[in-house]
Design a protein around this ligand. Structure first.
Ligand code: UT7
Length: 350
């Protein structure tokens, strides 16, 4: 870890939960309403199916269910949480914040609450912001939620975007972890020049310079693809150097799940095999700010991510934005043990 301070507490993830909606949407569902086919989607993206929220289910709802999952695994997990950050690009409203709506429903009324808007980079950005709040003495523990109901903001007849995105949420508590574990370094960045590559209109009809935006997500897929490969490779390499690490030290690369070909290209740049990363976009598609916590939660549940392992988190998104983080996984908390899901299932069956 760079610039370690003897008084600086080590911070990391102390609890983790996830939720994906029940409705499974396979690639074949798109064939009827647009000029595409299931094989094209799978071969060009790696996506086989995604989840869509119910008509009355919005981002705060999926976010709350991810927090409830975290609480089922560790009922004490929210003790000491006095700030809530919701990373989302599909908030219920511009105001109130989705974070305030989630806080209200999980017993955290009164905690600081705000949304963070860096699209798919949002969850990892928010981990860094949470660390900063705690180190500044502004919070003791922070609940970070990455939640999206992207199916509501994507034109379901636009083959450029509709096939890519899904709904879901992940929730993590950031707090003190034992020395030698937790967050090491983060690298964050953004470049508004790439704003017209991935956009959604809100108040202004155009971006600075006059680029016209529409009322659903717009995207220049090829531009985003090229940017993503460069951003993931560069920021991942930079953050490893900042932490005094090399790719040989990395047990798992945890990437934003947008397109398996982007992940393959990034792993290639790191000189690492695909066996060093975890991919679940085949089942969930791109859930924007939820992808990284979904991969972390499933990786722990599958017994892949274990105590003391070196993780490299990398993500990119609208802005355009990018983020990378190094973290030693702490598996000591009740919600972070690999068998918690099995225990939960056993309780349900009992
Ligand atoms: O979190 C960030 C969010 N966004 C992304 O990460 C997007 C990054 N970009 C990508 O994942 C890829 O660029 C896409 C999956 C969006 C597109 O894949 P591609 O291999 O870059 O395709 P392309 O845009 O180069 O298009 C190749 C062909 C074109 O036809 P022509 O011009 O060669 O005749 C497209 O019109 O594929 C066509 N095409 C489709 N065909 C069937 C584009 N979308 C589709 C589709 N089904 N859904």
């Amino acid at each position: 870890m760079s610039d370690p301070s003897p008084t600086r507490p080590t911070l990391g993830i102390t609890a983790l939960g996830m939720y994906v909606p029940e409705r499974v949407v396979p690639n074949s569902d798109f064939e009827a309403r647009m000029d595409t086919n299931a094989d094209w989607i799978e071969s060009r993206t790696g996506i086989r199916e995604r989840r869509f929220a119910a008509p009355e289910q919005y981002t705060s709802d999926v976010g709350v269910l991810a927090v409830r999952d975290l609480l089922r695994r560790d009922p004490q997990a929210l003790q000491g949480v006095d700030a809530v950050i919701c990373a989302t690009v599909s908030p219920d409203a511009l105001m109130p914040s989705t974070a305030a709506l989630i806080a209200m429903q999980v017993g955290l009324t009164g905690a600081a609450a705000f949304d963070l808007s860096t699209a798919c980079s949002g969850f990892v950005y928010a981990l860094s912001v949470a660390q900063g709040l705690i180190l500044a003495g502004s919070a003791r523990r922070v609940l970070v939620v990455g939640a999206e109901a992207l199916s509501k903001i994507v034109d379901q007849n636009d083959r450029n975007t509709a096939i890519l995105f899904g709904d879901g949420a992940g929730a993590a508590v950031v707090g003190p972890v034992p020395a030698g574990y937790g967050f090491q370094d983060f690298i964050m960045g953004a470049d508004g020049n790439g704003g017209s590559s991935l956009y959604l209109r809100c108040v202004a009809p155009t971006l600075p310079g006059g680029f016209q935006m529409g009322d659903s997500v717009g995207m220049n897929g090829r531009e985003v693809f090229k940017f993503a490969v460069r951003a993931l490779g560069d920021s991942g390499t930079q953050v490893l150097a900042k932490s005094g690490l090399t790719t040989a030290d990395v047990d798992w690369v945890i990437p934003h799940q947008a397109n398996v070909r982007i992940i393959e290209a990034a792993m290639d740049r790191f000189g690492l095999p695909m066996s060093k990363t975890i991919v679940n976009l085949d089942r969930y598609g791109n859930t924007s700010s939820a992808t990284v916590p979904l991969v972390l939660r499933e990786g722990v549940d599958a017994g892949q991510i274990t105590d003391g392992q070196q993780l490299l988190l990398i993500a990119f998104g609208g802005g355009l934005s990018w983020v990378a983080g190094t973290m030693k996984w702490w598996g000591g908390a009740p919600s972070l043990t690999a068998d918690s899901k099995a225990q939960q299932q056993a309780e349900v069956n009992a």
